[in-house]
Design a protein around this ligand. Structure first.
Ligand code: IDP
Length: 138
């Protein structure tokens, strides 16, 4: 069964010129790009995107980081797309959790500036796709 997921290449990924490498990994995995756009997140979208983290100690700096510059937002499609992208992204902490061979395991050191976001469930994906791509029909 095909599924969609919302992916962000966060501002650190754009600033470090890793967009091409990350998109190449997505394509080589076999996931299909359904939407792809360079955007800069405003405060409202950032708060909507990270609503589940409101109140956590890292929340203010997370908002500052995600709105700090251009990012790439994408919608991917494929069988088990949610889990498949999270597999190639690696765990949240790029040193303790992400293994080599994953995006975070290969290129990141910090738990905050960890290069990519991928929806954590099909339900989150639906909400996040509506937030970032309101014109994209589901
Ligand atoms: P995920 O991106 O791997 O799904 P979440 O726990 O949903 O991880 O956290 C969302 C984002 O918030 C992370 O990707 C990271 O940028 C940031 N974050 C999570 N935990 C911490 C932390 O302990 N310190 C700083 N930033 C964090």
């Amino acid at each position: 069964m095909t599924e969609r997921t919302l992916v962000l290449i966060k501002p650190d990924g754009v600033a470090r010129a890793l967009v091409g490498d990350i998109i190449s990994r997505i394509e080589r995995k076999g996931l299909t790009l359904v939407a792809l756009e360079l955007k800069t997140a405003g405060d409202e979208v950032a708060r909507g995107h990270y609503a589940e983290h409101e109140g956590k100690p890292f929340y203010p700096s997370l908002l500052e980081f995600i709105t700090s510059g251009p990012l790439v937002a994408a919608v991917l499609e494929g069988p088990r797309a949610v889990a498949a992208f999270r597999q190639i992204a690696g765990g949240t902490d790029p040193v303790e959790k992400a293994v080599p061979g994953t995006i975070r395991g290969d290129f990141a050191l910090s738990t905050q500036t960890n290069l990519v976001h991928g929806s954590d469930s099909p339900e989150s994906a639906e909400r996040e796709i509506a937030l970032w791509f309101p014109d994209l029909g589901v």
